[in-house]
Design a protein around this ligand. Structure first.
Ligand code: SIN
Ligand code: FE2
Length: 215
């Protein structure tokens, strides 16, 4: 009970992580319930699915997308496309609450002209992880990445410009937003294996929304 009370009272805080990278703690707390409802609506249309890597592995994270472009992976490679390959129809429209939050968070981190056309929705069950990678399938590297965490906490790994650089470990809680761009745009990052747990808003999972200007 005390834990829940303190969680509800978590104060927003803006913390620089590196040149171009900012941790907006609790930034999305007030919108969390509405964001999760919108995730449920989007994924009723374009369901979560575990995609294949080009190397033939099934990703542990289940994914969907909304917006004009969606990030996909299969044996042919990583890319953005206008259509959901499962349904062969356009991805669901990006909910207004997603767009508004992403633009506001980018501005709070110093990126004023962010206009995302893609939102990747990641769902982590306990045991799921995402290995270190760079986001580099987007055409305009001047636009930042805005990453929103909801539900179970996770350890985010924020690395350097080289895969071998030792990452900083950040415990991201529900409502935290991380923004990276400019000199940090191509930093390696990933998510450590999600621990078991139950969250009041999402049950046994963590959602992550990653906003990008892809096209
Ligand atoms: C990603 O890099 O696509 C996901 C990051 C996260 O889940 O926090
Ligand atoms: Fe990423």
């Amino acid at each position: 009970m005390t834990g829940d009370l303190f969680a509800a009272l978590r104060a927003p805080a803006i913390e620089p992580i590196a040149d171009g990278a900012t941790w907006l703690r609790a930034y999305a707390d007030d919108d969390a319930v509405a964001l999760i409802q919108a995730i449920e609506q989007v994924t009723t249309q374009s369901p979560f699915r575990q995609m294949q890597t080009p190397g033939g592995y099934t990703m542990s994270v289940a994914m969907s997308n909304c917006g004009e472009l969606g990030w996909v992976t299969d044996r042919r490679g990583y890319r953005y496309q206008h259509e959901d390959p499962l349904l062969q129809q356009p991805w669901p429209t990006m909910p207004g609450i997603f767009l508004e939050l992403a633009v506001r968070a980018a501005a709070a981190a110093g990126f004023n002209d962010f206009l995302p056309d893609a939102c990747l929705i990641n769902r982590y069950a306990p045991g799921a992880r995402m290995s270190l990678h760079q986001d580099k399938n987007e055409s305009d590297m001047a636009q930042p990445i805005v990453s929103v965490s909801l539900g179970l906490p996770a350890t985010f790994l924020f690395g350097g410009a080289e895969r071998a650089d030792r990452p900083v470990r950040m415990r991201l809680e529900s409502g935290d937003v991380v923004v990276w761009g400019g000199p940090a745009r191509l930093r390696f990052h990933g998510v450590d294996t999600l621990a078991q747990g139950t969250h009041a808003l999402t049950g046994e999972c963590r959602y992550n929304l990653t906003f990008r200007k892809a096209g």
